[in-house]
Design a protein around this ligand. Structure first.
Ligand SMILES: [Zn+2]
Length: 325
């Protein structure tokens, strides 16, 4: 990997253009004051989806007067932009639930210039501020939906601290938790890249290995363990390569490179259906043939790890003249 930047540039979900001003969350008057202030910007999430402009260029902003906050809605204080404008997120149930209940909307017509879209869809087109707002709001939406009941006593929980804490009547509190996951580009002594297909993926889809960090484990330890578990190889020279939030539903992806010691690939773990070493020429050929999705989408860390190793844009190969679909 000589010549390539050690830290991956421009991971789509990494920008931190949002001042979260977390010390303001505990003030019980803070969200009501923001809802009374017409300069406050309100963005909406329904389940996994965000309200965005049809072209994906920005999240839709509402003034507080334009939205009706019901008792089913969760208001989350997201933070301020660099001009000091304050942002609230309004978390609502998934669209299909709303249709099932036939609940009235808030009068805002979605259609024409706006649509509901997921973060994977919007992550490459939003600006850094909106990426930060979107990733935070989607992560909080997932967390709120999964924590309606106290994990310690089972009582229903309610929302406090400007949307950042859930508390039951027994005063147990729960906080949004992010799970670190490692994702690693493993090369061999000939600088070939290891790509694998997860057992749940369709034929032809390959990516680098990844897995969650376990309690008590370092990031480097997780890289070594995951590679050993999934393909039976020992790795060394484990180096950090960057990170980005991955709120699907609650991960932080930490990228690494590692070099495998000599050994045979073996799939003791049934998580991996197949894996093999790729030379750059082999991977170029497979991408041109449309057979390899190579890490999925440009929004993913995997895509950038593979692209950096490859040394040329994956998209250009996919759009090449010999692509067959
Ligand atoms: Zn409780």
């Amino acid at each position: 990997m000589t010549g390539a930047p050690r830290i991956l540039p421009e991971l789509a979900l990494s920008p931190s253009a949002l001042d979260r001003s977390s010390w303001l969350r505990g003030d019980v008057t803070w969200v009501p004051r923001l809802l009374d202030d017409e300069s406050t910007q309100v963005v909406l999430a329904r389940g996994d989806l965000l309200e965005a402009r049809t072209d994906g260029s920005a999240l839709v902003r509402h003034t507080p007067a334009e939205v009706t906050v019901t008792t089913d809605d969760i208001v989350v204080y997201l933070g301020a932009d660099e001009r000091g404008r304050q942002h609230l997120g309004l978390v609502r149930g998934p669209l299909e639930d709303e249709h099932r209940r036939q609940a009235p909307g808030d009068g805002h017509v979605v259609g024409g210039s706006t649509r509901w879209a997921g973060l994977r869809d919007l992550g490459l087109t939003l600006d850094p501020l909106d990426v930060a707002l979107a990733a935070t709001l989607i992560g909080m939406s997932h967390w709120h939906r999964a924590h309606g009941y106290c994990s310690r006593c089972g009582l229903p929980t309610s929302v406090v601290s400007s949307g950042w804490v859930r508390r039951c009547s027994g005063a147990h509190e729960s906080y949004p938790v992010t799970s670190p996951a490692v994702i690693m580009a493993v090369v061999d002594s000939r600088d070939r890249l290891l790509l694998a297909r997860n057992a749940s993926w369709p034929q032809g889809r390959l990516s680098v290995l990844a897995g969650f960090v376990e309690p008590g484990e370092s990031l480097e330890g997780a890289v070594v363990r995951e590679v050993r578990e999934e393909v039976g190889l020992e790795v060394e020279a484990v180096e950090y390569s960057g990170n980005q939030p991955w709120p699907f539903p609650a991960s932080l992806m930490l990228a690494f490179t590692a070099r495998a010691r000599a050994g045979e690939l073996c799939f003791a773990d049934d998580e991996i259906a197949e894996a093999r070493w790729y030379s750059r020429e082999e991977l170029r050929g497979d991408i041109r043939a449309g057979a390899v999705l190579a890490g999925g989408m440009p929004i993913s860390v995997a895509y950038h790890l593979i692209e950096r190793w490859l040394g040329e844009p994956i998209a250009a190969l996919q759009q090449g003249p010999s692509v067959s679909r």
